[in-house]
Design a protein around this ligand. Structure first.
Ligand SMILES: NC(=O)c1ccc[n+]([C@@H]2O[C@H](COP(=O)([O-])OP(=O)(O)OC[C@H]3O[C@@H](n4cnc5c(N)ncnc54)[C@H](OP(=O)(O)O)[C@@H]3O)[C@@H](O)[C@H]2O)c1
Length: 305
């Protein structure tokens, strides 16, 4: 099968190669991949010890081609979206993927196509988990740093759906976009005065901040009220001050049910799924490079021919 593989430990040594279709154990499904969700993490979210060449990628959608004898929840021919990460057998940037039955796997609603389904789970899972660490009430406020990418696009909408007041940062070309998702206040992270603007808008500080971009945790904390919360999606460590709680995404939070609802709500139009560009599979490295600019709007997806 065709697959994008990491060929060595050298960063970004990734190329399209012909590799064997993985064989599955009794606890796995073999999926014919139809579309792949792309993220900056695809080049570095890898198991610690791998054999090269290693198929990269952690999320996709496709059709169940084969099931192991202990797989009972899914059947051959079913349309699924899934996250499969840190698997020694490799990831999702391939024509076929072996997926453990305990991975995050969801059936795709009838009125959703593979391209859309491939774009939901990693961003949805990350934001839903992050929100479990914010104990806010309706009417409370949140600032989202770097809010027009894949994570921010969901974060703004989920925050508004919870009744929170939302400010987001991005460059000016994305301010109307953030407002269209529900942001009440937008600022330009390149403007040296942006924190004052947020302070003017919310004089006591916001109740919480979601710092998506690496390096934005500390500056976001400065506009959070005493005793508020900052979540760093990128995993940045910050030195909390003024009784502020600093947290990472709680990776153990179980949001399977919420993700199931989310995929249905996207299919029914309750939430917007924004895909900036769909790339043919063989142009995957262009998509990866685009995520590395950190200026993609919403999600990028690869489509198998
Ligand atoms: N913890 C987890 O489970 C998890 C899972 C997935 C991803 N992640 C992390 O989430 C991040 C990716 O998020 P993403 O795909 O939504 O977005 P992204 O592409 O990293 O960021 C895009 C957003 O950040 C803005 N931005 C760019 N440079 C900035 C800067 N210097 N300061 C503030 N904002 C800036 C962009 O605005 P403009 O385009 O308008 O300039 C845009 O709004 C990665 O760091 C990834 O590691 C974490």
């Amino acid at each position: 099968m065709k697959a994008f593989v990491k060929r060595s430990a050298a960063p970004d040594d990734i190329a399209l190669e012909e590799v064997k279709i993985p064989t599955i154990s009794e606890d796995e499904l073999l999926v014919q991949v139809k579309a792949v969700g792309v993220g900056i993490h695809d080049s570095y979210f890898l198991p610690q010890e791998i054999d090269y060449p290693y198929v990269i990628g952690i999320e996709a959608s496709g059709i169940v081609e084969e099931i192991g004898s202990r797989v009972t929840q899914f059947k051959k021919g079913e349309r699924i979206a899934f996250i499969s990460m840190m698997q020694l057998k490799g990831g999702t940037w391939a024509e076929f993927a072996a997926v453990h039955k305990d991975s995050l796997i969801l059936s795709i609603p009838e009125n959703m196509d593979f391209t859309e389904a491939a774009a939901v789970l990693v961003a949805g899972n990350t934001v839903l988990r992050a929100l479990t660490a914010l104990h806010l009430n309706s009417g409370d406020s949140v600032f989202i740093a770097g809010a027009s990418g894949a994570i921010g696009t969901f974060a703004i909408q989920f925050a508004k759906a919870r009744g929170w007041v939302v400010a987001g940062s991005a460059s000016p070309k994305n301010h109307d976009y953030m407002k269209s998702l529900g942001a009440d206040k937008t600022v330009d992270y390149r403007d040296p005065n942006w924190a004052n603007e947020v302070r003017k808008w919310m004089p006591n500080g916001v109740d919480a901040a979601i710092a998506i971009q690496p390096g934005t945790g500390t500056e976001s904390m400065h506009i959070v009220k005493d005793g508020g919360t900052v979540i760093t999606i990128s995993g940045d460590r910050i030195e909390p001050e003024r009784g502020i709680t600093a947290a990472f995404v709680p990776h153990k939070a179980d949001v399977r049910n919420e993700l199931h609802d989310l995929i249905e709500q996207i299919a029914s139009g309750t939430y917007q799924l924004v895909i900036e560009e769909v790339y043919p599979f063989d142009q995957a490295l262009e998509a990866l490079q685009k995520t590395q600019t950190r200026h993609a709007r919403g999600k990028l997806v690869l489509k198998m021919e």
